[in-house]
Design a protein around this ligand. Structure first.
Ligand code: PNW
Length: 496
């Protein structure tokens, strides 16, 4: 076997989680409701009956969880801050909840005491319910960005002395397409959609694009504020986490499929990365298909986008697919770029090995292509802010079986090699990696069945048991960092 590809000695690595997926304690210490509380309780058929009421009870067990993190050797920890713990009603004129602040103070201090670097995500899908009730949440582009900016400001003021790594939003694509005013598929909270039979409200032809703009401008405000008021004294870094798969043409000989694959990535990533990373308009192919359903940026918007220069591109990567063009005109509710997504190509070759969830196949070679494409297109240093998988059949396993997670171990090895190859062979500047996730947790609308953790969570006793992958990751990084190349900064190449 070839030796693992090297990583630089200062490579940052650790584990990631999100508030609603692990914390529980939803009624404690003044926390307000979020749209996920409402969705889980009002629409249990859409979350497999699960809610985050208890989840992993991390709110009470964070010390134990951080001890695990130390034992696994993680140098950094990415967590998210629950907006409705900090501002229970969410808005810019609503009161701040000191007990909520105190929880994150304790968490951050406990990380620092263990020598672990905190990475805080401001928004991982848990919009305060009150903002949804007041003005429709992210559907109101103007109101939502002002409220988000104030929430960001409180977090910088209260935690920025110790938190030097900020992620504004987690996966705005998923927020716009899957969830919050459920703009397209209605699969996530609170589930609006005009194409989901379980949903009775929403307009999928327009709402995802409106929400997308609200998220882009909210991000921009939060970054511009950091740059103007906090960067000088706090000296931290700020970025965003974008999801997105790599797409190969279904028929590698067919120009139309090649264009479809490129278009799919523009609809997935360019939608956000063009304005956010380049201060440019949406990709042309989106404008062509969506016309004025895609809201325009004003001159003032562009000025703000230019002020919102960020330090890194956070990449959440799980899988890839094939894209096949369609001959028919795009429907009004299409959000993919008028194509078909497939897990097998024309010759019937699967894109990768199946995992424990239908949408995810292990595709490390395409991860390398994705990293390199994103680096060359957007030119920012990359942190992989999520990567991981459930093992096949893991949902049906006992604890004793689940801790033998060979599939996950190989998945991590292969994906770390892809990071190494994109760095050394393609010249991408990739600075860090977070495994998703520190522990099994609430997998949103898939409930508790789908397990992404490196720690097994027994949801009856809440006992945690490290899986093999948790204990091996440290060695995987050490092996790669030992044979390290000097940390150099590569410049993005031209004309990719
Ligand atoms: C991410 N897809 O979401 C989220 O950031 C995490 O909270 C989540 O637990 C993790 O990935 C695993 O799912 C995604 O269908 C959900 O392509 C679904 C998809 C991608 C990302």
């Amino acid at each position: 076997m070839a030796p693992p590809t090297p990583l630089p000695a200062d490579f940052e690595w650790g584990f990631a989680t999100a508030a609603y997926q692990i914390e529980g304690a939803v009624d404690e210490d003044g926390r307000g409701k979020s749209i996920w509380d409402t969705f889980c309780h009002l629409e249990p058929t859409r979350t497999k009956g699960a809610s985050g009421d208890i989840a992993c009870d991390h709110y009470h067990r964070y010390e134990e969880d951080l001890d695990l993190l130390s034992r696994y050797g993680g140098k950094a920890y990415r967590f998210s801050i629950s907006w409705s713990r900090i501002i229970p009603l969410g808005g810019r004129n609503d009161p701040v909840n000191e007990a909520g602040i105190a929880f994150y103070d304790r968490l951050i201090d406990a990380l620092l005491a263990r020598g672990i670097v905190p990475w805080a995500t401001l928004y991982h899908w848990d919009l305060p319910q009150k903002l949804h009730d007041r003005y429709g949440g992210w559907l109101d582009v103007e109101e939502s960005q002002l409220d988000f900016e104030r929430f960001a400001k409180i977090c910088y003021e209260r935690f920025g002395d110790r938190v030097k790594n900020w992620i504004t939003l987690n996966e705005p694509w998923i927020v716009s397409i899957f969830q919050d005013k459920g703009y397209a598929t209605g699969g996530n909270a609170p589930g609006r959609s005009s194409i989901n039979p379980q949903s009775s409200e929403g307009n999928t032809a327009t709402e995802p694009w409106t929400v997308g703009k609200a998220l882009i401008m909210s991000h921009a405000r939060a970054v511009a504020l950091y740059n103007k008021k906090f960067r000088g004294t706090q000296k931290g870094r700020i970025g965003i986490s974008l999801n997105g798969d790599f797409y190969e043409p279904w028929d590698s000989e067919d120009e139309r499929d090649k264009m479809a694959a490129e278009r799919r990535m523009e609809f997935h990533i360019g939608w956000f990365a063009n304005p956010i990373c380049l201060a440019q308009d949406y990709p042309i192919c989106m404008r062509e298909q969506l016309g004025d359903r895609l809201p325009a940026f004003t001159e003032a918007d562009f000025a703000l986008l230019r002020e919102a220069k960020m330090d890194f591109y956070g990449m959440n990567y799980y899988t890839s697919q094939f894209a096949r063009h369609r001959d028919e005109p795009a429907s009004e509710t299409d959000f993919l770029g008028n194509l078909i997504e497939l897990q097998e190509n024309k010759q019937g070759v699967p894109v990768g090995e199946p995992s424990g969830v239908h949408w995810l196949r292990s595709t490390p070679d395409l991860f390398r292509k994705h990293l390199t494409r994103v680096y060359r297109k957007y030119g920012l240093p990359i942190y992989v802010t999520e990567n991981g998988c459930p093992c096949p059949e893991e949902d049906k396993m006992t604890r004793t079986e689940a801790v033998e997670d060979t599939y996950r171990i190989r998945y991590f090895q292969d994906h770390l090699d892809a990071v190494g190859l994109s760095r050394t062979e393609d010249g991408s500047d990739i600075k860090g990696y977070f495994a998703w996730s520190l522990m099994d947790n609430l997998e949103w609308s898939d409930g508790y069945g789908v397990r992404f953790g490196v720690t097994f969570t027994d949801y009856k006793t809440l006992e945690r048991t490290p899986k093999k992958s948790a204990l091996l990751l440290k060695g995987m990084f050490e092996d790669r960092m030992k044979q390290s190349v000097s940390p150099e900064t590569h410049l993005p190449s031209e004309g990719f």
